[in-house]
Design a protein around this ligand. Sequence first.
Ligand SMILES: [Cu+2]
Length: 724
Amino acid sequence: MELLTIIFAFGFINLSFSWQKYEKPIEIASPNKDGIYEFDLTISHKLTMARPLKYEKMGVLDFDVDSGDWYERDSNQLAPCNKTDVLIKKNEESMKDEILKDVIQLDGLHHRMITINGKTPGDPIVVPFGAEVVMRVKNRLNTEGITLHVHGLDKRDLWFTDGVAHVQQCPIAVGSDFTYRFIADSYGTHWYHGHLASDRAEGLLGGFVVKDPGHSVPDPSHPEKRLHIKRDYYSMLQDFGVPEGREQHYSLKEGIMKWVSGLDGERKNTCWAPTRTYDGSNVGGSIPMSSFVVGDKGWHNENDQKTKASKLPLTTYLIKEEEDILVRFVNGGVAQGIFITLEGHQMTVVAADGVEVKPVTLDGIMIFGGERYDVLIRGLKNPKQKQYRFIFETIEKIHWNWGPYEPFIGLANLEYESDKSLPEKDEIDFKHSGCTKEKKCKVLNCPFGEFAERFNFTCMSAHLLEYGGSPEHGDEVPDPEVVQKKKLKNFDERFINMHFDSHVDGYMFSKPRGIPYYHEGKMGEVSTKCDPKKCDRQKASKYDHEHCDCFINYKFKLGDIVQLVIYNMGDGGKAGTGYSHPFHMHGTHFYVMKMGYPEYYSNGTIKSMNRDLPCDDITERCLDLKWRNSTWMNGTVDGMQKNPSMRDTVMIPTGGYTVIRFRADNPGWWFAHCHLMLHHMGGTAFAFRIGNHEDLPVPPGNFPHDCGNFEDYEIPKKRMMKRF
Ligand SMILES: [Cu+2]
């Protein structure tokens, strides 16, 4: 009986431990007898760095770096105060794994996290293409409503299963269950996460991969050949903040973000200030970090990572000499762009946001919130050390006061399984000494055009990635009509300004109080209309929540080719500030046609906004711009990628723009937003509807219709009388 309960609780995910020394490659799940892939996801709070004891108590753990021992605090409330550290186990590997099996490490400190079946991140869900998937979400939190969105699936004809709170469904109430049933309709590396406020920052996230048993990737050294990868790893990356998710939001809202002291971790007594990236614009550095978390492991002490990495319980991927492994990187974090390098190895990107690209071999990759890169790593013939380190850096480079700034770092291990005895090394090449003036290192996806001359790196813009067909996908090529450079029919061209923090076109998105689908024709009852007569978009909107918070929504005609020019220019910090925004669209993949950058000074910082759009006075808000060169209108922009990659998330460079295209062929109510959590929560978001109301797939009859207001009512006379 007990065994049955356990199997039921975990659905068809393989039973696996939370804490394990080595990462396990992903495995395709098994369907039930009807061929359906079912997953039960019980969502509850759980403490990190603790293990369950009897009677629902937790044994609170600490890890001692120098001895490599794990200690447990005495859980007896009546025990003397000084008796807090009990050595639970010496460094004996097998016993340690057993004791730690239920532990969530994260940054090695004690946090209460939202967990999925007792883990965060949740176990990767891996299903074949076209699988019918059921995710039964059981909200067992005490006070919070939640939803789940699978980031990367198009949810074709199933818009109401996409999980955006208040746009597609009501939040799942405390104590309730909600079943998502859908088709795995996009190949590749994806993830699921909560889509209500800060829930994803507090642990509500996990992997989602669509791959077939015969999955293969292109062989970078033989273009005609395909590789079948044995060890296929999922790697969720997070910038784990010192303050928890909701605190980050309230601190911004309340204007207390300049924490000076009183925080956890090594930066406790340092005066923290915002930071800038290589081009002088802001980066996600508005929140002090405790640790990068890779999978479920990180470490809160940056100095320990710099000096004694081999002693730390870090995420470790195994590789053999000359073995090809795949690492599927996902930036599931809240704010930071992450610069990934790997000591002694190059990385070949074979897919972006799950879609195969022509392989590109690189020395570094920058990955932003919501993005995914599948990276092929070839084991060395003669490794010189046991562990090589993945180095994860923030892209912070300049202090707010324009002085130099050292990026925050985190690590994971690539460990050789070798017959030779290889030395362990704690000297890590944080300076990237392999990159020199003469032989600069190539980095994909900078949020700026190029590194300044003094850096030994060069940038490859994300729009230069090319679509790569693959046999298992039927070797399809990009929809030739959509990507043409010519005056197009049924072509819908929009210009959207996402420059100022938390805004879209001068408004701030506020969610409706009812589900739009059920309020067709009377949205005014449950939402605030965006009205340029009420909201002074040119000036006041930044702080005018009364008039500028509204339900921003765009309508696209079913079947049209849509081109969005999302630009990031104008006042709101002027040149040299502003944010590069990772822009994510639900319901459709899009082609990345072009990225335009600003002009830079020779020191790399922004000199002036890109000139393709007429934002010449940076004290202006530069709303409602169109191409300076009118011959670029209606589909003929110069410099577009001919064989563009297909993404669902893309960076909008500060001072520049990104052109994307898609065919509006998936009718539904959808959502698009900046994937920086604070920008999303602040209002850099819009809803959009593809098709007319009548074109939309109708949700099942018992789909919860509304989460709207309960209006006042009159107490019937009779009942009032009874009181006397
Ligand atoms: Cu943003």
